[in-house]
Design a protein around this ligand. Structure first.
Ligand code: NDP
Length: 494
């Protein structure tokens, strides 16, 4: 659509009804350029506030978000279709991360002395992490508050300004987050939103004023964003999808495992990057676990317990994966008839071949495959046989074995005896390997992701007879150095 002023616009829709929820401008490369240029000014002011000034303002922002929790959740509900309770939970988690980032930024990033070592005994060495400038955040629609806030909160706390491009499916949430920030920090638009379609995100990624891009979305789009970033050698953090597995050990608490597996697979209609998409159950408890799982699944309904599929095009992917799974395996809950767009009822298929699309590709729907395995070693081998590597879950009665399995699971995060618990702990880093992306948000690593290390070495006094970085250096200095190094490093430890 084009308005009378010539501004192109797009609508955001309620995915359950198709009703128009809001209309937003499609900002082109020139508009993005102007936004980034203003953000550069805001970034200089924000950096100049220092850690205490930023911390106070970010805690104010947190208070404003908390005060308006219900209003934000309403917009999330309208644009994604998820139940309001789930939207509330998402905002609460985002607030928790904002609080942690604000309170811990100085401890993690602030200037500190480091040991110079014996050879540098005359040097005072300090390390600090300085802001990058303007961070561009390209966000997804599945958790339109929690996921971008995992970058926004940490980038702001590290002293950067943020230009946020929300998904075209959830622009209203992005606009609201920036408007509420302006209430807490009226002086400069340190957090601002640009709206539009994919090209607006591409313009942000290739803008020369952007110092880093934080992207969340599909692996395919991450590659395109990375190509755009290459124009200016702009670094990026990529949070892409996953094909996460849940392993059920022989001594697991089966009712708890089934309950968690179901919620991990179906909540948010399965549109969760760290959702459970595959389950591997050891032979000894397979039948008992399946009884627990199918019994519970029979009581879960799309449209009541979780919302519609937010992105209409995803329905085709989900349908293809269900058809593929049912063709190779056995549907034990639901099947092809479970797709009644925009809703999809729970689908559980067992014994699906490991090379099928339903097991290998991200489905992003309320479906899950279950496989019987001889033991946890086979479960782990199958879990790790994927190009993705985001997260996973282990259910086991043996804490030592569970931790060992968790550590060997390919991916950035593993939860034991619960699902997705790592995402709610702000001190833990979040991110993947392989097709799931690289870099980390959340925690100390998430703060450092949006900062550059600055090393300073100050010579306090000259070491007599040891000036090694001078053309006046002679044989004696070298002899002393060799003797010192031999003393320090020349012996093999037994
Ligand atoms: P995309 O990866 O296409 O979109 C993610 C974000 O990138 C959106 O804000 C999108 O904007 C933006 N974008 C799209 N094209 C470009 C571009 N060329 N340059 C810069 N930014 C761009 O995901 P989809 O929403 O299309 O979902 C597709 C699949 O991705 C899902 O089915 C799911 O498998 C996966 N996904 C994973 C998520 C996760 O949490 N890891 C989140 C969302 C999706 P716009 O919306 O305006 O196109």
């Amino acid at each position: 659509m084009t308005t009378v002023t010539g501004q192109r616009t797009f609508d955001s829709l309620d995915p359950a009804t198709g009703a128009v929820v809001g209309t937003h401008p499609i900002q082109d490369a020139a508009a993005v350029r102007a936004a980034v240029a203003e953000a550069e000014v805001a970034a200089a002011w924000w950096a100049g506030l220092g850690p205490a000034g930023r911390r106070r303002r970010l805690l104010d922002y947190k208070a404003v978000l908390t005060r308006d929790l219900s209003r934000i959740a309403d917009v999330v509900h309208a644009e994604t279709g998820k139940p309001k309770g789930d939207a509330v939970l998402e905002v609460v988690l985002a607030v928790t991360h904002l609080d942690w980032a604000a309170r811990n930024a100085h401890r993690v990033l602030g200037r500190r002395r480091v040991s110079p070592g014996l050879v540098g005994a005359n040097i005072a060495a300090t390390l600090e992490y300085l802001p990058l400038g303007v961070v561009g955040v390209i966000g997804p629609w599945n958790y339109p508050v929690f996921t971008p806030m995992g970058s926004i909160a940490y980038a702001l706390a590290a002293g950067n300004a943020v230009v946020f491009k929300p998904s075209e499916l959830t622009p209203g949430v992005g606009v609201l987050l920036a408007a509420l920030f302006a209430e807490a920090v009226p002086e400069h638009r340190v957090l601002r939103t640009v709206t539009g379609l994919g090209e607006t995100g591409a313009a942000l990624a290739s803008d020369p004023g952007v110092s880093k891009i934080a992207f969340t979305g599909s692996t395919a789009t991450a590659k395109r964003v990375m190509a755009a970033c290459a124009t200016n050698l702009t670094p990026m953090v990529a949070e892409c999808g996953g094909k996460d597995a849940l392993i059920v050990d022989a001594d697991a608490d089966l009712p708890a495992a089934a309950d968690a597996a179901l919620w991990g697979a179906l909540s948010n209609a399965g549109q969760t990057c760290v959702g459970v998409e595959r389950i591997y159950v050891v032979d000894a408890v397979y039948d008992a676990f399946m009884r627990e799982l199918t019994d519970r699944a029979g009581r879960v309904r799309a449209g009541r317990d979780y919302g519609p599929i937010t992105m209409p095009a995803q329905i085709d992917v989900i349908r293809r994966h269900i058809d593929d799974a049912v063709a190779g395996g056995r549907a034990v809950v639901g099947g092809a008839g479970s797709v009644r767009a925009p809703f999809v009822d729970p689908v559980i298929v067992e014994d699906v071949p490991e090379d099928s699309a339903a097991v290998r590709e991200e489905t992003f729907g309320p479906t899950v495959t279950v496989k019987r395995v001889a033991d946890v070693e086979e479960a782990l081998e199958k879990t790790n046989a994927t190009a993705y590597g985001l997260a996973g879950t282990v259910f086991s009665g043996n804490a030592r074995r569970a931790v060992e399995l968790a550590r060997r699971m390919r991916g950035g995060m593993t939860a034991i005896n619960s699902v997705i618990s790592f995402a709610s702990i702000p001190a833990l880093p979040f991110g993947g390997v392989g097709d799931s992306g690289f870099g980390r948000i959340h925690g100390a690593d998430g703060l450092r992701e949006f900062a550059r290390p600055k090393a300073v070495s100050r010579q306090r006094f000259a070491l007599p007879g040891m000036n090694l970085t001078s053309f006046t250096r002679g044989e004696k200095e070298l002899d002393r150095l060799i003797r010192l190094v031999t003393f320090l490093h020349g012996r093999r430890k037994q």
